[in-house]
Ligand binder design. Structure first.
Ligand SMILES: Nc1ncnc2c1ncn2[C@@H]1O[C@H](COP(=O)(O)OP(=O)(O)O)[C@@H](O)[C@H]1O
Ligand SMILES: [Mg+2]
Length: 234
């Protein structure tokens, strides 16, 4: 099982003309592999993650995930495929404030057939260290705990692909480290494909492979220091 992207392009129409954000992205990853994507702000990292997450369709190019070519599907079939095959962790946790921790993890299951995944949700919450917080509301959790819930929710359907967009961007350094570690552990245990977009060289280095978004395509990461870290240096 693998992910294959060939010559993926995304152009947005803007008032100033066409804006070519992705200009031919090529990528192959197999189940069990993890990738960090770095790159300057505005370089198209989130755009690529949205395409890989099938939340948007490309202007051109091909995408295969496992047996499926998602962009050949109708919108309804694509939504069903996405719900099952892809898990998302965003910078903001996107938890529903009125729902408990346990209910939040079960939200992706509400759309499908009446398959009861409560035991799976409880097990995931135990594995992310929140077995004692099942009835809390998101407002009653720390930022790191909220991200742990988001990780559990992303994994509820055992997706083939786990996507994270700046998953530690809102966290202090120590919490960021623990969430980075958790993502990697859960990826290894669940044997999915993990792709994490990050500004953090620390997080990127915990993953086995790093690339950089430059001029609309992916290049090997040169390991140039994170400009935000050098800014903070004395
Ligand atoms: N829906 C859209 N319409 C027009 N331009 C967009 C849209 N989404 C993103 N962009 C532009 O595409 C570029 C890349 O954005 P993004 O993928 O969010 O970058 P990154 O995540 O690397 O910071 C930016 O210049 C942004 O303004
Ligand atoms: Mg972004």
């Amino acid at each position: 099982m693998s992910l294959t992207v060939q010559n993926l392009c995304k152009t947005y129409p803007t008032r100033g003309g066409e804006l070519a954000v992705l200009r031919g992205v090529n990528l192959t990853l197999h189940v069990g592999e993890a990738l960090a994507i770095l790159g300057p702000s505005g370089s198209g990292k989130s755009t690529l993650l949205y395409l890989l997450g099938t939340l948007e369709r490309p202007t051109s190019g091909t995408y295969r995930l496992g047996q499926q070519e998602p962009f050949t599907l109708t919108d309804a079939a694509l939504a069903h495929f996405r719900n099952r095959a892809i898990g998302f962790v965003f910078q903001d946790h996107h938890l529903l404030p009125q729902c408990s921790v346990l209910e939040n993890v079960l939200i992706p299951t509400l759309a499908g057939a009446a398959e009861n995944l409560e035991a799976r949700a409880r097990e995931l919450l135990d594995r992310v260290g929140l077995a004692h917080r099942l009835d809390h509301r998101p407002a009653e959790l720390s930022g790191g705990e909220r991200q742990r819930v988001a990780v559990a929710r992303a994994l509820i359907h055992k997706p083939m692909l786990l996507l994270a967009d700046e998953p530690t961007g809102n966290l202090d350094r120590k919490t960021a480290q623990s969430i980075g570690q958790l993502l990697l552990e859960m990826h290894q245990q669940e044997k999915n494909i993990l792709i994490a977009v990050t500004h953090s060289a620390d997080l990127a280095k915990t993953l086995p492979r790093q690339v950089e978004m430059l001029d609309g395509s992916l290049a090997d990461w040169t390991g140039t220091p994170d400009p935000r870290i050098t800014e903070r240096a004395p």
